[in-house]
Design a protein around this ligand. Structure first.
Ligand SMILES: NC(=O)c1ccc[n+]([C@@H]2O[C@H](COP(=O)([O-])OP(=O)(O)OC[C@H]3O[C@@H](n4cnc5c(N)ncnc54)[C@H](OP(=O)(O)O)[C@@H]3O)[C@@H](O)[C@H]2O)c1
Length: 276
């Protein structure tokens, strides 16, 4: 079976209509700001004031910027968001919202654990599954490419005690994005697993002493968003920050080879079983 490679056919960032989840936060807000003024935006988060402020800041010169308050831990809100995004014909989906709390698993209230898994795992898979078919159909129809960024984390590459559920949920995002990228390698979509290192946002500030913005050398959200948009279509996984560059990036080419090999093996098994 021929190996088909996912090559970019247009410069990254040249999207017509984008959905950014977690736009009220540091990295999501930076994605919204980094996209060109020609891109229509659907921005979502839970905080109505922060969402309205961002919408107002970006909706200049008649730019179409819609804000939708939604809690991704709530099934009806996820469905409402998917319907709105589909109605707006999005061709870029930045699946960025995320949550997690520092501490031992058994010290966390069960509802906090459930929220981490629902927002970081269920919402990521559910929204991607709901939106990709429409994105692909429109891309094929228009002869363009669409884009999907799943914001995972540098914590996704190894178990992280005291952020156990968060790191495990981020491993899901990483594996899901990389697996999808291989499955869709012949389709007009660029998929990127973004694995930020510590970034200067309020992430973790409710969790206690390890707020990300207090970690020395933490990246600026704008740098992370710009790097991700530049990488989309050129690679499938991006680890940012010093630890990401030193400890993760060297292992990405062999990781990509393994995923590609497994993809080819699975396609061969499928082809073989259909022949029999
Ligand atoms: N900062 C870091 O060091 C770092 C490192 C690696 C990965 N990440 C990942 O980067 C992504 C963005 O985080 P950030 O650093 O920008 O942190 P942040 O400033 O705290 O932003 C988190 C965003 O997720 C949204 N969110 C959380 N729970 C939600 C829910 N139930 N429903 C809807 N939206 C929800 C928040 O919305 P509201 O505020 O409106 O509730 C906010 O917009 C996350 O996926 C995080 O895991 C961050």
């Amino acid at each position: 079976m021929a190996i088909r490679v996912n090559r970019p056919k247009r410069p990254a960032g040249n999207y017509q209509s984008a959905l950014v989840t977690g736009a009220t936060g540091g990295i999501g807000g930076a994605f919204a700001r980094a996209l060109p003024a020609s891109t229509r935006l659907l921005l979502t988060g839970r905080n109505p004031e922060a969402l309205a402020e961002l919408q107002q800041a970006l909706a200049v010169d008649g730019r179409d910027v819609e804000a939708l308050v939604a809690d991704l831990a709530v099934a009806e809100d996820r469905q409402r968001l998917a319907e709105r995004a589909d109605a707006r014909s999005i061709d870029l989906f930045v699946n960025n919202a995320g949550t997690g709390r520092l501490g031992a698993v058994l010290d966390q209230p069960p509802e906090v654990e459930a929220e981490t898994m629902t927002v970081n795992v269920v919402a990521v898979a559910e929204l991607t599954r709901a939106l990709l078919p429409g994105m692909l159909a429109r891309a094929k129809h228009d002869g363009r490419r669409c884009g999907l960024i799943i914001v995972s984390s540098g914590t996704a590459f190894s178990p992280l005690p005291y952020l156990t559920t968060y790191a495990a949920s981020k491993a899901f995002g990483l594996f899901y994005a990389e697996g999808l990228a291989e499955e869709l390698s012949a389709e007009p979509v660029d998929v990127l697993a973004l694995c930020p290192g510590p970034t200067q946002t309020r992430f973790g500030s409710e969790a206690g002493p390890v707020s990300a913005d207090r970690i020395p050398g933490a990246s600026k959200p704008a740098e992370v968003a710009r790097a991700a948009l530049a990488a989309l279509g050129r690679r499938r996984t991006l680890a940012t920050g010093l630890v990401g560059r030193l400890a993760v990036e060297p292992f990405l080419p062999p990781r990509r080879m393994v995923t590609g090999g497994l993809g080819r093996a699975m396609r061969t098994i499928d082809w073989w079983s259909r022949r029999r």
